[in-house]
Design a binder for this molecule. Structure first.
Ligand SMILES: N=c1c2ncn([C@@H]3O[C@H](COP(=O)(O)OP(=O)(O)OP(=O)(O)O)[C@@H](O)[C@H]3O)c2ncn1[C@@H]1O[C@H](COP(=O)(O)O)[C@@H](O)[C@H]1O
Length: 117
């Protein structure tokens, strides 16, 4: 199973929660409560990702810390996918944007932006 398939399947589940019961579903609850609820979670998960990555930087071989980092990034991706769905966007849009950027060095792109100002 490809990474893209998993993301697409999760996106479909999230989409289905737009009409789901917010009593029984965490996703439906966040969608029902509106952007502030999931944007706050994205902020928290981003901070937790940074803290977990700093722990791995200090002790790279520690499997518990490595697992914690993966878990925090999963939380960050998951809550970001809720934001995309809320605004009628999908992981396919993000993947298309990454594909558009493929092969363009960040340094080249930055230099090009400076000449355009
Ligand atoms: N991938 C996830 C997923 N990742 C994280 N979470 C939930 O995100 C919540 C927030 O994580 P935190 O670490 O901040 O935990 P917390 O301290 O309980 O957070 P608070 O909400 O209390 O602030 C937790 O309740 C996690 O269980 C997820 N909840 C659901 N999914 C997927 O979404 C699907 C639909 O979920 P429901 O809508 O709940 O059926 C599920 O089948 C899963 O595939």
């Amino acid at each position: 199973m490809s990474t893209q398939d998993s993301l697409q399947r999760l996106a479909q589940t999230i989409e289905s929660r737009k009409t789901g019961s917010h009593e029984k579903s965490y996703v439906a609850r966040l969608l029902h409560n509106g952007p502030d609820s999931f944007l706050k979670k994205i902020g928290e998960e981003a901070t937790e990702t940074v803290m977990a990555a700093k722990d791995v930087q200090r002790d790279p071989a520690n499997p518990l810390l490595r697992g914690k980092l993966v878990g925090e990034v999963a939380d960050l991706w998951f809550h970001s996918m809720i934001a995309l769905a809320y605004f009628d966007l999908s992981p396919a849009d993000v993947i298309a944007e990454l594909e558009r950027r493929e092969g363009t060095s960040g340094l080249e792109e930055k230099a090009l932006r400076k000449t355009q100002i």
